[in-house]
Design a binder for this molecule. Structure first.
Ligand code: HEC
Ligand code: HEC
Ligand code: HEC
Length: 139
């Protein structure tokens, strides 16, 4: 009897250990996916379509491999949440947001409407796609 009880406890502990290890490895596996949204394309359509132009596609991945995060998310001031930024065309023409670079000096300028306003009508704002982007006109 006493022997039976003695043997019982280690089994439970061993089971707990196995579950703990499984849980930890699962968390480690899932961790990279929690920052998944840094990839893909961002759709801006708070007011574009209402104002008669196509939604804007911002290829996040394309930019992310060229610049450090803090260039946009700190210096230029883009809030790090899809849909959190209120962007007007007038801001861009005044060198704010996208216009900090799309000014014909760092990159092509704001007169190239179709390169940014390339989304299919009806797209909602938010992140699209995974770790790839085909740039303008994909969505
Ligand atoms: C060229 C500018 C630029 C660079 C560089 C950049 N981002 Fe972004 N990021 C944006 C814009 C614009 C948005 C969309 C904001 C919006 O929808 O209002 C965004 C959105 C995000 C989001 C929100 C995603 C969501 O689903 O809400 C995350 C997270 C993010 N960026 C992380 C990063 C990280 C990490 C880096 C660097 C590795 C980075 N960004 C580099 C411009 C940039
Ligand atoms: C560098 C990228 C970029 C270029 C180039 C660009 N836009 Fe935009 N535009 C945006 C973004 C981002 C928004 C915000 C969209 C939203 O949130 O709905 C916007 C919004 C707009 C809006 C909505 C109303 C307003 O006043 O903001 C209109 C209209 C517009 N753009 C017209 C144009 C026209 C016309 C051109 C070419 C002369 C142009 N855009 C070029 C990025 C761009
Ligand atoms: C920190 C600088 C920077 C900011 C901010 C920035 N861009 Fe760009 N963007 C670039 C550069 C550089 C290129 C490459 C230009 C070239 O190929 O001549 C580019 C290219 C692009 C392209 C073409 C991608 C391709 O596949 O060729 C699109 C579309 C674009 N930007 C949209 C935007 C929009 C929309 C915003 C604002 C939400 C924005 N960009 C903000 C620097 C920037």
């Amino acid at each position: 009897m006493g022997r039976h009880i003695e043997n019982h406890q280690p089994v439970i502990i061993r089971n707990l250990m196995v579950w703990l290890i499984l849980l930890l490895s699962l968390l480690t596996l899932l961790a990279p996916f929690s920052v998944h949204a840094e990839y893909g394309d961002v759709v801006f359509n708070k007011r574009a379509e209402k104002a008669g132009v196509r939604p804007v596609i911002f290829p996040h991945w394309f930019h992310r491999i060229r610049y450090k995060c803090n260039v946009c998310h700190s210096e230029i001031g883009f809030k790090m949440r899809a849909g959190a930024n209120d962007i007007f065309m007038a801001n861009i023409k005044n060198g704010k947001f996208c216009g900090a670079c799309h000014n014909n000096q760092i990159a092509w300028g704001a007169e190239n409407c179709h390169l940014c306003h390339s989304g299919l009508p009806g797209l909602n704002s938010g992140i699209r796609g995974g770790d790839t982007t085909a740039g303008p006109g994909k969505w």
